[in-house]
Design a binder for this molecule. Structure first.
Ligand code: MTE
Ligand code: MO
Length: 384
């Protein structure tokens, strides 16, 4: 059994009420102090365990086990399997409405000006049914997308930039079987944002295969689906790209106001909504309960993350000083003298543009499960 699995088992025993402390690795923010114990959530079914990552499949993380600012366990979502590209023969093509069609090998990309950026993101389909475990935070290195587009010279008729992955699947479209590559697009304006990177490193190492080896796109502030893995082609065109992952899936259907008319509207997921989630509660010292969690958003500076206990007032949590513009934002709040019995805990994030994370009831009615960013109440029982 791996050390990671051992820690997981230990933790799950603890959260089932065995009362053991978890020896979590990592920076002080998430590491447990001597004698600090995890208090199990009453809203997590006993024995819930998304399990370790298996090669070739999707992976949900157990948010109770987050143990560092940089995710050692990063979620995985792949719709057409996990292609293993040969890095020696790998090529990235820039095509379409450009002055010069360009092709780069991995070696050539690595020789270009690069930037490192800490960036966290969640899947647009993340939600309470997996305790928000489709999330991760990492340090990435790559070439600014803008630099590549400038090298190619986008023509004035260019409107839309399409990113194709090497992974393909057969889709049935109007009764026909059609082979399609995973692809997403950005408007030219969004594509030219300074922070977009064509990345080849994650946490100082070549990209792991499940995260897109050898090259993926990183669009900081956007939902994970924008970050096309196994990226092999960037194409500039003058029409909207409407493939499955822009036009059919990752499309939120909700009842919202359009001017003064209430309508059912559909939008392709793009910028991450402001969201925070309580991930863990621990007990330490003299009846102090530490409520820990994380927030994700589009990069707008946060005003605050607040925690509310039962019907009490909103109280300001402490945000991890390691947080950056596009990282996730870990937070904690120390709850003094909790009374025995069941309690409801909830967090909300507020940003400097005046957005406050709303309750699910306050948000527009939604019939698709994409973009679940309402407040997420948690239940715990404090022992007598
Ligand atoms: N080529 C390719 N890129 C992809 C996907 C995919 O299926 N194929 N999945 C997308 C989705 S839906 C998400 S949420 C993120 C997940 O990134 P990760 O697996 O590195 O966490 O990758 C995106 N990029
Ligand atoms: Mo996703």
């Amino acid at each position: 059994m791996t050390a990671e699995n051992e820690t997981r088992r230990q933790f799950l025993k603890t959260s089932a009420g065995a009362g053991l402390a978890v020896a979590a690795a990592g920076l002080p923010w998430w590491a447990l102090a001597q004698g600090e114990q995890v208090v199990p959530f009453a809203d997590v079914p006993e024995g819930y365990d998304p399990g370790p990552r298996r090669a070739g499949s999707n992976h949900v993380i157990d948010t109770r086990l987050i143990d560092d600012f940089i995710s050692h366990d990063f979620y995985v979502v792949q719709h057409y399997g996990e292609p293993e590209l040969d890095t020696a023969s790998y090529r990235l093509d820039l095509t379409g409405l450009v002055d010069r069609t360009l092709t780069f090998s991995l070696e050539e990309l690595r020789a270009l000006p690069s930037r490192e950026l800490v960036c966290g993101f969640e899947c647009g389909g993340n939600g309470g049914r997996m305790f928000h475990g489709l999330v991760g935070n990492a340090r990435w290195r790559g070439v600014p997308l803008k630099y590549l587009l400038e090298q190619a010279g986008v023509q004035s008729s260019g409107r839309e930039v399409v990113f194709f992955g090497a992974d393909t699947g057969t889709e049935e479209i109007r009764g026909q079987q059609v082979e399609q590559a995973f692809a997403r697009s950005l408007s030219l304006e969004d594509a030219l944002r300074e922070d977009n990177l064509v990345v080849y490193e994650m946490n100082g190492e070549p990209l792991p295969v499940q995260h897109g080896r050898p090259v993926r796109l990183l669009v900081p502030g956007f939902y994970g689906v924008a970050n096309v893995k196994w990226l092999t082609q960037i194409h500039i065109q003058d029409t909207r790209y409407m493939g499955r992952f822009m036009g059919r899936d990752y499309v939120t259907l909700k009842r919202d106001m359009v001017g003064d008319q209430e309508r059912w509207v559909e939008n392709s997921v793009s910028r991450m909504n402001l969201k925070s989630v309580i991930a863990r509660v621990t007990r330490h010292g003299n009846n102090i309960h530490r409520i820990s969690g994380f927030a994700v958003n589009d990069g707008t500076p946060l005003e605050a993350i607040e925690v509310r206990i039962d019907d009490g007032p909103w109280q300001r949590a402490t945000i991890d000083p390691q947080a950056t513009e596009y990282s996730w934002k870990p937070f904690h709040f120390d709850w003094q003298d909790a009374s025995p019995g069941e309690h409801t805990l909830v967090s909300r994030a507020l940003d400097t543009s005046g957005h406050a994370q709303a309750t699910v009831d306050e948000l527009p009615q939604r019939v698709s499960y994409w973009e679940e960013f309402g407040q997420f109440p948690r239940r715990i029982v404090i022992a007598g």
